[in-house]
Ligand binder design. Structure first.
Ligand code: G3H
Ligand code: 13P
Ligand code: ZN
Length: 307
């Protein structure tokens, strides 16, 4: 059942859990994530980035999603991830494919981010499409010279309240220490949970955590054993994710962990049976590992059995 981000996150906000938002780029990842959501009886957010659209096509991905969704009763949100290009966000809204879109104006000055987000919200809401916006910079360790400089870009609670009041966005992505990709921290993972509590008190609406992959040891070791070069990779611990959910995060974005799972599946299959040349057998293994990782994540977020 296709539904909006607003309705799925309203329940998550009321009942204090988070919904997994998984990046999909092809048929295999899509089906693997859907298998996980169905097995766990969980609502799920399927999201496509500009890169996914460039790779597979908006129409193609949407057609696959819509066909898969028709077969199930679990609530599914089809969401545009990180729409930085206004033309792409408008195209997604106009297409009628998506039930939710993220407009990411986080690189803009506050006033411009407010103005553009407001414009997108107006267009989207007229078509019953939800909008996720972003305030603060969710950037990697390599993007800043010091921890202090990185923290200066974290989301401010007073600004967040003004932003939500002005824009009427349905969900807000905040910066509290996460980063995209497999290299999130140099030392021990840490999140500014006090800041999260302040933001949640100030805005009340569902909050979103990007860059939330765990880069689990098990997957990492498996990748390394099969020749992958990801030695310094480090993600967010399960304990931190649990705390973030407890203090008001309702949407958790996961892409990197699915990429690791895909890689483990493919590398394992190729190593274990070098005679295999059937793509269905190779990608089939990737699907199995992705489903397993997505199921673990869904349970961690507390959204299993919430469909
Ligand atoms: O936000 C980043 C997501 O992992 C999407 O990555 O832009 O390479 O598709 P991508
Ligand atoms: P990860 O790189 O931590 O999986 O984050 C994905 C994300 O935020 C997609 O928007
Ligand atoms: Zn993101």
């Amino acid at each position: 059942m296709l539904t909006t981000l607003k309705s799925v996150l309203a329940k998550a906000n009321r009942e204090n859990y988070a919904v997994g938002a998984f990046n999909i780029n092809d048929l295999e990842i899509l089906q693997a994530v859907m298998d996980a959501a169905i097995a766990e009886k969980a609502p799920v957010i399927l999201q496509t980035s500009a890169g996914a659209i460039e790779y597979a096509g908006m129409e193609e991905l949407a057609a696959l999603v819509h066909i898969e969704v028709k077969k199930t009763r679990v609530p599914v949100v089809f969401h545009l991830d990180h729409g930085k290009n206004i033309a792409l966000v408008k195209q997604a809204i106009k297409s009628g494919y998506y039930t939710s879109a993220m407009y990411d104006g986080s690189a803009l000055p506050f006033k411009d981010n407010v103005r553009t987000t407001k414009e997108i919200v107006k267009l989207a809401h007229a078509k019953n499409i939800s909008v996720e916006a972003e305030l603060g910079a969710i950037a990697g360790i390599e993007d800043f010279v010091s921890v202090k400089e990185r923290e200066a870009c974290f989301t401010d609670s007073t600004q967040a309240a003004e932003f939500v009041r002005e824009t009427h966005c349905d969900a807000l992505a905040i910066a509290i220490g996460t980063a995209h990709g497999a290299y999130k921290f140099k030392g021990a993972p840490r999140l500014d949970l006090e800041r999260l509590k302040k933001i949640k008190t100030a805005v009340k609406i569902p909050l979103v955590l990007h860059g939330a992959s765990g880069v689990p040891q098990k997957l990492k070791q498996h990748c390394l054993r099969h020749g992958c070069k990801i030695r310094e990779a480090r993600g967010i611990s399960d304990a931190l994710i649990k705390k973030a959910v407890k203090f008001g995060i309702n949407k958790i974005n996961i892409d990197t962990d699915l990429r690791l799972a895909f890689t483990v599946g493919v590398r394992h299959k190729l190593k274990e049976s070098p005679e295999t040349i059937d793509p269905r057998k190779i990608l089939g293994e990737a699907k199995k590992v992705i489903t397993q990782v997505a199921r673990e994540k869904i349970r961690l977020l507390g959204c299993a059995q919430k469909a």
